[in-house]
Ligand binder design. Structure first.
Ligand code: GAL
Length: 363
């Protein structure tokens, strides 16, 4: 009897211990903060930059041939200057060799930090190596640089972009033949967006409700290439297409040119991205179903703040990591927003991304 009471007591104590131990285990894992540090800025003579001399940021852009990048350029410049720093902006309009030359020019001029929107995720890795040799950190803006030790990546959640597009299309066409017009294969974002689309569609594909009858990348995100691909998809399927997901509004515009030829514009749902003015106007007219709005002002402002802080050798904290094939890169992901005919006021108009006059014309 005495022994059994003793055993009960031991058991009871063990139980208490176990319960205390367990609750500690299920507490949320603490967020890992990534501290990207840097030595104080140095000038071209290798001297520490005299206090008061403005920080100079180099901004190497893929292209200015699309509406959104013009906004990125202006909003980034505005944000950098608001922080008392300077920025030199160069754009290569889709030419890899030129982008590398331009980035090397910024490095040789001794910028304090390089921000880059790569045309080709792989080709720009060489630039990162050169920048680091010169003691210059590199931030990838919107698009990831692959296979390089970049110091920070900041973008929107591009997988989420694809998910928002696919969800909107399923609401309009829960069954049928889908066409996917991807972005540029050289752009890592295009791969993330496509992954998002298939995250949502795959279960329906497995069930046999949805059939992807055409799926192609669009070289250089060019509308004319999207139009050609859409025409190929229509002729290959005898015009039997029930929905089109185009990776951005520019390619959606190209697709709609081809759909018009088959009398399908306004007849089938079309998804886009970027909330370009033409895309928004097509939503108002009813030829495009939705787009994905990415508040570029936030992206530009946050990048400017992080870039200037890094250039000053300050610590920055981010709470995401992305593996770019070479390293776990500290990252910041911002949220994309679904836009259709029901929420233009609360999104792109409210943010001043487009004015009512620009969208609807003079009232
Ligand atoms: C992507 C970007 C999109 C789209 C596209 C074409 O990288 O995330 O918003 O604009 O480039 O330039």
């Amino acid at each position: 009897m005495k022994q059994s009471i003793y055993q009960m007591l031991v058991l009871f104590l063990l139980l208490i211990l176990c319960m205390v131990g367990a609750s500690a285990c299920v507490k949320d894992a603490p967020k890992e903060e990534f501290l990207a540090e840097r030595e104080p800025p140095i000038d071209e003579k290798g001297q520490e930059k005299p206090a008061g001399q403005p920080i100079k940021i180099g901004f190497s852009m893929d292209t200015l041939l699309e509406e959104r990048w013009l906004k990125d350029r202006d909003l980034f410049k505005e944000s950098i200057e608001a922080l008392g720093a300077e920025v030199e902006i160069l754009a290569a309009n889709g030419n890899d060799a030129l982008q590398i030359l331009q980035a090397e020019k910024l490095i040789s001029e001794g910028v304090d930090l390089l921000v880059i929107v790569p045309h080709n995720a792989e080709a720009t890795a060489a630039v990162v190596h050169k920048a680091h040799q010169a003691g210059i950190k590199v931030v990838a803006y919107d698009r990831l640089v692959k296979n390089a030790d970049i110091d920070l990546y900041i973008s929107f959640d591009n997988e989420k972009v694809g998910e928002l597009q696919a969800q909107a299309m399923l609401e309009e066409a829960p069954k049928g033949n889908y066409v996917y017009l991807g972005g540029a294969e050289t752009d890592n974002n295009a791969h993330m967006m496509k992954k998002g689309v298939y995250n949502v569609l795959q279960p329906l594909i497995d069930k046999g409700d949805i059939k992807i009858v055409y799926d192609q990348w669009t070289q250089d995100w060019a509308p004319e290439n999207a139009k050609e691909n859409m025409a190929a998809a229509l002729s290959a399927n005898g015009g039997k297409v029930d929905a089109v997901i185009a990776a951005n509004d520019a390619t959606a515009g190209g697709a709609l040119e081809a759909l018009k030829g088959y009398g399908l514009a306004e007849k089938i749902p079309v998804a886009g991205q970027d909330a370009e003015l033409a895309g928004i106007q097509r939503i108002v007219q009813g030829t495009q179903t939705m787009t994905v709005y990415k508040p570029i002002k936030t992206l530009a402002k946050e990048t400017a703040e992080l870039a200037v802080a890094l250039a000053k050798g300050e610590k920055v904290a981010v709470n995401r990591k992305v593996h770019n094939g070479k390293a776990e890169v500290p990252a910041v992901f911002l949220s994309p927003v679904r836009v259709d005919g029901t929420n233009l006021e609360d999104t792109v108009i409210a943010d001043g991304f487009h004015s009512e006059t620009a969208i609807y014309g003079p009232q």
